[in-house]
Design a protein around this ligand. Structure first.
Ligand code: FE2
Length: 303
Protein backbone atom coordinates (compact mmCIF):
# COMPACT_ATOMS: atom_id res chain seq x y z
CA UNK A 1 0.00 0.00 0.00
CA UNK A 2 1.29 3.44 -0.77
CA UNK A 3 0.01 6.96 -1.01
CA UNK A 4 0.60 9.60 -3.63
CA UNK A 5 -0.32 13.25 -3.34
CA UNK A 6 -1.56 15.23 -6.27
CA UNK A 7 -0.79 18.89 -6.87
CA UNK A 8 -4.12 19.53 -5.20
CA UNK A 9 -2.78 17.77 -2.07
CA UNK A 10 -5.42 15.10 -2.43
CA UNK A 11 -4.18 11.72 -1.29
CA UNK A 12 -4.78 8.80 -3.63
CA UNK A 13 -4.39 5.39 -2.07
CA UNK A 14 -2.89 2.50 -4.03
CA UNK A 15 -4.23 -0.84 -2.83
CA UNK A 16 -3.00 -4.22 -4.14
CA UNK A 17 -4.65 -7.61 -4.29
CA UNK A 18 -4.29 -11.01 -5.95
CA UNK A 19 -6.97 -12.35 -8.30
CA UNK A 20 -9.18 -15.43 -8.07
CA UNK A 21 -7.89 -19.01 -7.94
CA UNK A 22 -9.34 -19.49 -11.48
CA UNK A 23 -6.91 -16.82 -12.69
CA UNK A 24 -4.06 -18.53 -10.89
CA UNK A 25 -4.83 -21.69 -12.85
CA UNK A 26 -5.59 -20.02 -16.19
CA UNK A 27 -3.03 -17.22 -16.44
CA UNK A 28 0.66 -16.72 -15.90
CA UNK A 29 0.26 -13.09 -14.81
CA UNK A 30 -1.78 -10.01 -15.76
CA UNK A 31 -1.95 -6.70 -13.90
CA UNK A 32 -5.33 -4.98 -13.85
CA UNK A 33 -5.78 -1.41 -12.63
CA UNK A 34 -9.25 -0.55 -11.37
CA UNK A 35 -10.57 3.01 -11.30
CA UNK A 36 -14.11 4.08 -10.61
CA UNK A 37 -16.39 7.06 -9.99
CA UNK A 38 -14.10 9.68 -11.46
CA UNK A 39 -17.00 12.13 -11.67
CA UNK A 40 -15.35 14.58 -14.05
CA UNK A 41 -16.97 17.88 -13.09
CA UNK A 42 -16.74 20.87 -10.79
CA UNK A 43 -16.46 18.98 -7.50
CA UNK A 44 -13.30 17.03 -8.38
CA UNK A 45 -10.22 19.14 -9.26
CA UNK A 46 -8.46 18.45 -12.55
CA UNK A 47 -5.21 17.91 -10.61
CA UNK A 48 -6.82 14.98 -8.80
CA UNK A 49 -7.96 13.43 -12.09
CA UNK A 50 -4.46 13.85 -13.52
CA UNK A 51 -2.85 12.36 -10.40
CA UNK A 52 -5.09 9.30 -10.71
CA UNK A 53 -4.09 8.82 -14.36
CA UNK A 54 -0.38 9.28 -13.50
CA UNK A 55 -0.59 6.85 -10.58
CA UNK A 56 -2.34 4.28 -12.79
CA UNK A 57 0.23 4.60 -15.59
CA UNK A 58 3.09 4.31 -13.09
CA UNK A 59 1.85 0.80 -12.17
CA UNK A 60 2.29 -0.29 -15.81
CA UNK A 61 -1.00 -2.24 -15.91
CA UNK A 62 -1.82 -4.59 -18.76
CA UNK A 63 -5.44 -3.40 -18.67
CA UNK A 64 -7.38 -0.59 -16.99
CA UNK A 65 -11.00 -1.20 -16.02
CA UNK A 66 -13.35 1.64 -15.03
CA UNK A 67 -16.71 0.98 -13.42
CA UNK A 68 -18.79 4.01 -14.19
CA UNK A 69 -19.82 7.47 -13.03
CA UNK A 70 -17.41 9.11 -15.44
CA UNK A 71 -19.29 12.40 -15.08
CA UNK A 72 -21.26 14.30 -12.42
CA UNK A 73 -24.43 16.06 -13.47
CA UNK A 74 -23.77 17.41 -16.95
CA UNK A 75 -21.88 17.04 -20.22
CA UNK A 76 -19.80 20.15 -19.54
CA UNK A 77 -16.63 18.25 -18.68
CA UNK A 78 -16.66 15.64 -21.45
CA UNK A 79 -13.63 17.25 -23.15
CA UNK A 80 -11.63 16.91 -19.92
CA UNK A 81 -12.82 13.31 -19.55
CA UNK A 82 -11.76 12.49 -23.10
CA UNK A 83 -8.35 14.15 -22.79
CA UNK A 84 -7.59 12.50 -19.44
CA UNK A 85 -8.63 8.96 -20.36
CA UNK A 86 -6.72 9.16 -23.64
CA UNK A 87 -3.57 9.53 -21.51
CA UNK A 88 -3.90 6.04 -20.04
CA UNK A 89 -1.08 3.89 -21.42
CA UNK A 90 -2.96 0.55 -21.39
CA UNK A 91 -6.17 -0.66 -23.09
CA UNK A 92 -9.24 0.58 -21.17
CA UNK A 93 -12.61 -1.14 -20.77
CA UNK A 94 -15.51 0.48 -18.94
CA UNK A 95 -19.18 0.36 -17.99
CA UNK A 96 -21.57 3.21 -17.27
CA UNK A 97 -22.93 4.31 -13.88
CA UNK A 98 -26.10 6.10 -12.80
CA UNK A 99 -24.58 9.58 -13.19
CA UNK A 100 -23.63 8.77 -16.80
CA UNK A 101 -27.25 7.84 -17.55
CA UNK A 102 -28.54 10.92 -15.72
CA UNK A 103 -26.20 13.20 -17.69
CA UNK A 104 -26.83 11.65 -21.12
CA UNK A 105 -25.55 8.13 -21.76
CA UNK A 106 -25.17 8.58 -25.53
CA UNK A 107 -22.87 11.58 -25.13
CA UNK A 108 -20.81 9.91 -22.39
CA UNK A 109 -20.41 6.75 -24.49
CA UNK A 110 -19.35 8.84 -27.48
CA UNK A 111 -16.66 10.60 -25.44
CA UNK A 112 -15.40 7.35 -23.98
CA UNK A 113 -15.09 5.80 -27.43
CA UNK A 114 -13.24 8.89 -28.67
CA UNK A 115 -10.81 8.45 -25.76
CA UNK A 116 -10.22 4.84 -26.85
CA UNK A 117 -12.29 3.23 -24.08
CA UNK A 118 -14.24 0.08 -24.98
CA UNK A 119 -17.68 0.47 -23.40
CA UNK A 120 -19.55 -2.72 -22.52
CA UNK A 121 -23.33 -2.38 -22.30
CA UNK A 122 -24.50 -5.82 -21.11
CA UNK A 123 -21.90 -7.52 -23.27
CA UNK A 124 -18.58 -9.30 -23.04
CA UNK A 125 -15.39 -9.07 -24.99
CA UNK A 126 -12.15 -11.04 -25.21
CA UNK A 127 -8.90 -9.15 -25.15
CA UNK A 128 -5.42 -10.55 -25.73
CA UNK A 129 -2.84 -9.22 -23.30
CA UNK A 130 0.74 -10.50 -23.29
CA UNK A 131 -0.34 -13.42 -25.48
CA UNK A 132 -3.06 -14.43 -23.02
CA UNK A 133 -6.78 -14.15 -23.57
CA UNK A 134 -8.97 -12.48 -20.94
CA UNK A 135 -12.77 -12.29 -21.10
CA UNK A 136 -14.32 -9.11 -19.71
CA UNK A 137 -18.04 -9.00 -18.94
CA UNK A 138 -19.59 -5.53 -18.60
CA UNK A 139 -23.01 -4.75 -17.14
CA UNK A 140 -24.82 -1.55 -17.90
CA UNK A 141 -25.93 0.37 -14.78
CA UNK A 142 -28.26 -1.47 -12.40
CA UNK A 143 -29.23 1.59 -10.34
CA UNK A 144 -31.09 3.10 -13.30
CA UNK A 145 -32.49 -0.30 -14.32
CA UNK A 146 -30.23 -0.96 -17.33
CA UNK A 147 -28.36 -4.08 -16.13
CA UNK A 148 -29.00 -7.45 -17.79
CA UNK A 149 -26.64 -10.14 -16.49
CA UNK A 150 -28.06 -12.90 -18.69
CA UNK A 151 -27.54 -10.86 -21.84
CA UNK A 152 -24.08 -9.78 -20.69
CA UNK A 153 -22.92 -13.36 -20.19
CA UNK A 154 -24.64 -14.94 -23.21
CA UNK A 155 -22.08 -17.14 -24.98
CA UNK A 156 -19.46 -16.65 -22.25
CA UNK A 157 -16.71 -19.28 -22.45
CA UNK A 158 -16.06 -21.16 -19.22
CA UNK A 159 -12.55 -22.19 -20.31
CA UNK A 160 -11.18 -18.63 -20.48
CA UNK A 161 -10.07 -16.43 -17.58
CA UNK A 162 -12.81 -13.91 -16.87
CA UNK A 163 -13.47 -10.73 -14.92
CA UNK A 164 -16.67 -8.67 -14.66
CA UNK A 165 -17.52 -4.97 -14.37
CA UNK A 166 -20.68 -3.54 -12.81
CA UNK A 167 -21.24 -0.09 -11.35
CA UNK A 168 -23.49 -1.59 -8.68
CA UNK A 169 -21.71 -4.19 -6.55
CA UNK A 170 -24.73 -6.28 -5.58
CA UNK A 171 -24.96 -7.49 -9.21
CA UNK A 172 -21.91 -9.64 -8.43
CA UNK A 173 -24.09 -12.25 -6.71
CA UNK A 174 -25.75 -13.07 -10.04
CA UNK A 175 -22.57 -12.70 -12.11
CA UNK A 176 -20.82 -15.29 -9.92
CA UNK A 177 -23.66 -17.74 -10.69
CA UNK A 178 -23.16 -17.05 -14.39
CA UNK A 179 -19.46 -17.90 -14.33
CA UNK A 180 -17.71 -14.59 -13.57
CA UNK A 181 -15.32 -15.28 -10.68
CA UNK A 182 -14.13 -11.72 -9.96
CA UNK A 183 -16.25 -8.56 -10.30
CA UNK A 184 -15.15 -4.93 -10.03
CA UNK A 185 -17.58 -2.21 -9.04
CA UNK A 186 -18.01 1.25 -7.53
CA UNK A 187 -20.90 3.60 -6.77
CA UNK A 188 -20.51 3.81 -2.98
CA UNK A 189 -17.37 6.04 -2.87
CA UNK A 190 -16.59 3.88 0.20
CA UNK A 191 -19.13 6.02 2.01
CA UNK A 192 -16.68 8.98 1.84
CA UNK A 193 -16.60 9.07 5.66
CA UNK A 194 -15.37 5.80 7.14
CA UNK A 195 -14.53 6.96 10.67
CA UNK A 196 -16.24 4.88 13.37
CA UNK A 197 -17.57 2.59 10.59
CA UNK A 198 -20.02 5.33 9.60
CA UNK A 199 -19.90 4.12 5.99
CA UNK A 200 -21.23 0.71 6.96
CA UNK A 201 -23.99 2.22 9.08
CA UNK A 202 -25.07 4.69 6.41
CA UNK A 203 -24.64 2.62 3.24
CA UNK A 204 -25.35 -0.74 4.82
CA UNK A 205 -28.15 -0.18 7.29
CA UNK A 206 -29.83 2.90 5.82
CA UNK A 207 -29.33 2.46 2.06
CA UNK A 208 -29.25 -1.36 2.11
CA UNK A 209 -25.90 -2.09 0.42
CA UNK A 210 -24.38 -5.52 1.10
CA UNK A 211 -21.02 -4.36 -0.20
CA UNK A 212 -19.61 -0.99 0.76
CA UNK A 213 -15.88 -0.92 0.12
CA UNK A 214 -13.06 -3.36 -0.61
CA UNK A 215 -12.90 -7.10 -1.10
CA UNK A 216 -15.85 -9.43 -0.52
CA UNK A 217 -16.88 -12.97 -1.47
CA UNK A 218 -14.35 -15.73 -1.89
CA UNK A 219 -11.37 -16.13 -4.21
CA UNK A 220 -11.01 -19.88 -3.63
CA UNK A 221 -13.57 -22.60 -4.21
CA UNK A 222 -14.50 -23.09 -0.57
CA UNK A 223 -18.12 -23.26 0.50
CA UNK A 224 -19.83 -19.90 0.56
CA UNK A 225 -19.89 -17.12 -2.05
CA UNK A 226 -19.19 -18.43 -5.55
CA UNK A 227 -16.86 -15.59 -6.50
CA UNK A 228 -15.18 -12.43 -5.34
CA UNK A 229 -15.94 -8.73 -5.63
CA UNK A 230 -13.98 -5.52 -5.30
CA UNK A 231 -15.81 -2.28 -4.54
CA UNK A 232 -13.51 0.64 -5.35
CA UNK A 233 -13.52 3.82 -3.24
CA UNK A 234 -13.41 5.92 -6.41
CA UNK A 235 -11.57 9.05 -7.40
CA UNK A 236 -14.14 11.83 -7.50
CA UNK A 237 -17.36 12.95 -5.92
CA UNK A 238 -20.65 14.20 -7.30
CA UNK A 239 -21.83 16.40 -4.47
CA UNK A 240 -19.52 16.69 -1.49
CA UNK A 241 -15.74 16.25 -1.89
CA UNK A 242 -15.20 15.37 1.79
CA UNK A 243 -13.45 12.04 2.40
CA UNK A 244 -12.53 11.07 5.96
CA UNK A 245 -10.89 7.85 7.15
CA UNK A 246 -8.27 5.56 5.58
CA UNK A 247 -10.82 3.46 3.70
CA UNK A 248 -12.55 6.54 2.27
CA UNK A 249 -9.48 7.90 0.50
CA UNK A 250 -9.50 8.24 -3.26
CA UNK A 251 -8.18 5.00 -4.68
CA UNK A 252 -6.54 3.11 -7.52
CA UNK A 253 -6.71 -0.67 -6.96
CA UNK A 254 -4.27 -3.07 -8.58
CA UNK A 255 -5.16 -6.72 -9.08
CA UNK A 256 -2.40 -9.18 -9.91
CA UNK A 257 -4.29 -11.93 -11.78
CA UNK A 258 -2.34 -15.16 -11.48
CA UNK A 259 -0.98 -14.34 -8.00
CA UNK A 260 -2.04 -16.45 -5.02
CA UNK A 261 -4.62 -14.87 -2.73
CA UNK A 262 -3.60 -14.27 0.87
CA UNK A 263 -0.09 -12.85 0.38
CA UNK A 264 1.23 -10.38 2.97
CA UNK A 265 1.28 -7.52 0.44
CA UNK A 266 -2.51 -7.51 0.00
CA UNK A 267 -4.25 -4.52 1.58
CA UNK A 268 -6.90 -6.70 3.24
CA UNK A 269 -8.65 -10.06 2.83
CA UNK A 270 -12.24 -10.85 1.90
CA UNK A 271 -14.68 -9.21 4.31
CA UNK A 272 -18.10 -10.61 5.24
CA UNK A 273 -21.00 -9.04 3.36
CA UNK A 274 -23.39 -6.81 5.26
CA UNK A 275 -26.99 -7.94 5.59
CA UNK A 276 -28.16 -5.70 2.74
CA UNK A 277 -31.65 -5.03 1.47
CA UNK A 278 -32.53 -5.16 -2.25
CA UNK A 279 -34.35 -2.08 -3.58
CA UNK A 280 -38.13 -2.35 -3.20
CA UNK A 281 -40.51 -1.99 -6.19
CA UNK A 282 -41.38 1.47 -4.86
CA UNK A 283 -37.67 2.45 -4.87
CA UNK A 284 -37.23 1.08 -8.39
CA UNK A 285 -40.21 3.13 -9.58
CA UNK A 286 -38.81 6.23 -7.89
CA UNK A 287 -35.47 5.70 -9.64
CA UNK A 288 -37.25 5.28 -12.98
CA UNK A 289 -39.06 8.59 -12.51
CA UNK A 290 -35.78 10.23 -11.46
CA UNK A 291 -34.13 8.99 -14.68
CA UNK A 292 -37.02 10.21 -16.87
CA UNK A 293 -36.85 13.64 -15.23
CA UNK A 294 -33.10 13.87 -15.84
CA UNK A 295 -33.51 12.61 -19.42
CA UNK A 296 -35.84 15.53 -20.12
CA UNK A 297 -32.97 17.80 -19.05
CA UNK A 298 -30.56 15.98 -21.39
CA UNK A 299 -32.72 14.82 -24.34
CA UNK A 300 -30.97 12.46 -26.81
CA UNK A 301 -31.03 15.12 -29.55
CA UNK A 302 -29.01 17.40 -27.24
CA UNK A 303 -26.41 14.68 -26.80
FE1 FE2 B 1 -20.43 7.80 -8.03
Amino acid sequence: MSLTRSRAREPIELRRFAGHVDHEEQLSHLRIAHLTDQHFGRVTPHAVQQAAIDLTNAQKPDLVVITGDFVCHSQEFLDELEESLALLDAPVIGVLGNHDHWSGATAVRRSLRKAGVEVLDNAHTTITLRNQQLQVVGLDDAYTGHADSDLATKGLRRDLPTIGLSHIAEEADRLWELGVPLVFSGHTHAGQVTLARMHEIFLGKLIGHKYVHGLYGCRTRQLGPKGALYVGAGIGAAVMPLRLGERARREVAIFELGAKAGAAWEHHREQPALKGRPPSEKTKEKRKRQLEKKKRKHPPEAE
